[in-house]
Design a protein around this ligand. Sequence first.
Ligand code: ZN
Ligand code: ZN
Length: 364
Amino acid sequence: MPIGDPEIPDTMPAVICHGPGNYAIKEVPVPTPGPGQALVKVEAVGICASDLKCYRGASKFWGDDTRPAWAETEVIPGHEFVGTIAQVDDEASQRWGVTVGDRVTSEQIVPCWECRYCLRGAYHMCAPHDIYGFKRRTPGAMASYMVFPTEALVHKISSDLPPAHAAFVEPLACALHAVERANLGFGDVVVVAGCGPIGLGMVAGARAKSPAKIVSLDLAPDKLKLALECGADVAINIVEEDAIAAVKNLTDGYGADVYLEGTGHPSAVAQGLNILRKLGTFVEYSVFGSEVSVDWSIISDDKELDVLGAHLGPHTWPSAVRMLESHRLPMDKICTHQLPLSDFQKGLEMVARGSESVKVTLIP
Ligand SMILES: [Zn+2]
Ligand SMILES: [Zn+2]
């Protein structure tokens, strides 16, 4: 017998993705959790740059000549969330160590636990790749309630944190994974491109690894200030200063050891290739709205670079939870806007402009 909140309504407002550019709020039935699942009352859901790219029809989501569509229509978006357990049975309660009223989050990917990647520990590359908010198997958090499937990876997170701050655990876990990919050394000069949610998380993660110097790049002065508060040693405004020359100055003319790319802008890729020293490490985290062209001979002949991709945040969620609970980040300044669910369109536009906001969060 599942136990739970007797106040659960029959219907709830939810954002529904009908296809690129076609999202609407609709009253839908509150989902009923099956055996071993949990019903969660959503407290906050962040709007991710990837939500915007999906909304705008990027081929990464809706396919092109080289790949099929991955996103599905008639799905509730939202993969960066926190909520409280509203209904749970013994099986789920024991599996996740949770009970009604606990504040929880779930990793954005719900692995199949059967494919080659899942079986070898790389569950973030799971072949079917069901991420909340993009697939019909895993409806997302832009609604009052959502269900955690039995395969979900669930983490408790302190209810002392404001909901928007707690929902930041997803982008932070992703940023920490990008940092892990770089395998930082104490002597490294690390350049982080972009001071958005991912870039700021990369700075905080890099700071925790204690390299020689962390350099942040952006074009917004207030975001660069925020990067310094997250742990950057140097903040360079790429509009006012030649970033490549500035980094060369900091490194006896050699260039950076590590470049973490978190902007999503094609120009930041060439910038990284040029800012790195020979044998440097480039970590790409961004999802791009279009193709990026660079001179690949920089990677081979010129510098023999290590170019590494990074996706999601495998095994980094407990660290991200700890980092948020330790209040090390200026979360009040990172979570700039909280809007009601009905303003999701306004939120998407805010993320698109990018100028006045860092993290926009919906409060259902
Ligand atoms: Zn995200
Ligand atoms: Zn799998």
